[in-house]
Write a protein that binds this ligand. Structure first.
Ligand code: FEO
Length: 399
């Protein structure tokens, strides 16, 4: 049975939720599920904006048929070819043979890579092109690398509607309410939105900035992303977050302490350090990198102004999960932060030097204090060194 939701005059939400998916993109846990959004505009012409993941394709096709209410589908706009939005493309064009596929040349190439796609169905558009669909028009705004090279967005100037592709999306299924102003977004979605941003498009801050500059010139009254809630009020809240995130600037002053510990001694050092930081009124959060998923570690590292990396030495190097985490930070352009190092080793502590080398290869990171070295358990001298390091970190956060 269809479940079509009206978004605004002549605009309908046709998407669905997947709450059974374990890993989005086979990489990111989505314990609160994820939504795949698709929209239909019913002007003098009917225009479909994107399809959905195969998990919700049947529902989507029912929704589309119901929303069309017997009308033909005139245009089908493809913004992004990642299969969470394009997996249903062939079923769609076979069901609606009259529909013209409106997209760009890069999408066309990818369509043919994925499917035996008929070229004669495609109408190519370029950046800034406008297509009349009746009382309204659709303008195409290219957004390369947000999050793939072929990505574009569509803008309807008459209603101030932006179909923003992956941008401004979030993990988390929609629970009946599809608008951000119907949910407590900051409480219930912001952490997932941040984790989505940094893991999915965080590497492409420069390209996101370029899109934000284009968006700044638009009258935005309704923002319709491909995942998560639709924005019709207070969109500046998320826009400001995107501006900070894409400039790689900290969202909050505070310290994220990340530790990798095998038998608990490095954890003990991390807890002592965190306690000494907190005692000085500075916000601090502690993460076991072997327990917390790396997608959350990455998001939290970008969230705060300061980080501490604590690792035991393992196979004469960095402990496995910390090494993975540091590699992920580098891959996502971690930068503009202050950090400190704590290392442990029962006979030859070396993790610190290796962690420093990894962090030195990243952009604009500044080390605070000297690295603290433990030989197995924390003792009086290392506890004093941790307290001294905490003082330096707290002073820097408060400066
Ligand atoms: Fe939601 Fe890049 O796909």
């Amino acid at each position: 049975m269809q479940n079509v939701i009206k978004v605004s005059k002549d605009l309908y939400y046709l998407g669905g939720n997947d709450r059974r998916l374990a890993l989005f993109e086979s990489a990111f846990p989505v314990p609160r599920g994820v939504s795949y959004n698709s929209y239909l505009l019913t002007d003098e012409k009917t225009v479909l904006f994107d399809t959905v993941d195969s998990a919700v394709c049947d529902l989507f096709l029912e929704n589309l048929e119901a929303a069309l209410a017997g009308r033909p589908l005139d245009y089908f706009v493809i913004h992004h070819m990642e299969p969470d939005h394009s997996a249903s493309v062939m079923r769609l064009i076979e069901k609606y043979p009259e529909a013209t596929v409106v997209t760009n040349r890069k999408v066309e190439g990818m369509l043919k890579n994925y499917f035996p796609f008929p070229s004669e169905r495609i109408h190519l558009v370029a950046e800034g092109d406008t297509m009349s669909v009746g009382r309204r028009s659709v303008t195409f705004v290219f957004a390369p690398m947000v999050h793939w090279p072929e990505v574009m967005m569509s803008y309807i100037p008459e209603d101030g509607i932006l179909f923003s592709a992956d941008a401004f999306g979030t993990f988390g299924a929609l629970s009946g309410a599809i608008f951000a102003d119907q949910v407590q977004f900051e409480r219930d979605f912001l952490d997932d939105a941040r984790r989505y941003y940094f893991n999915i498009v965080g590497k492409y801050g420069v390209q996101v900035q370029s899109v934000l500059k284009k968006a700044a010139g638009l009258d935005l009254r309704l923002v319709c992303p491909l995942h998560g809630p639709v924005w019709r009020e207070n969109f500046s809240f998320l826009l400001k977050k995107y501006d900070l995130w894409s400039k790689y600037l900290p969202e909050e002053k505070g310290v994220a302490v990340f530790y990798a510990s095998v038998y608990g001694h490095t954890m003990n050092a991390a807890e002592i350090l965190a306690g000494a930081i907190a005692k000085q009124g500075v916000f601090v959060k502690v993460y076991d990198v072997s327990h917390t998923h790396v997608s959350e570690l990455l998001s939290e590292a970008f969230r705060y102004s300061h980080a501490v990396f604590c690792s035991t030495t393992y196979n004469n190097g960095i402990f496995i999960t910390m090494e993975d985490f540091l590699r992920d930070l580098k891959a996502h352009n971690y930068q503009n932060r202050k950090y400190a190092i704590v290392e442990n080793g029962s006979w030859s502590p070396q993790a610190g030097a290796y962690m420093q080398a990894e962090l030195a290869a990243m952009k604009n990171l500044t080390q605070i204090g000297e690295k603290v070295t433990l030989l197995s358990a924390v003792k009086e001298d290392s506890a004093a060194a941790l307290t001294a390091l905490a003082d330096e970190i707290a002073k820097d956060v408060n400066s």
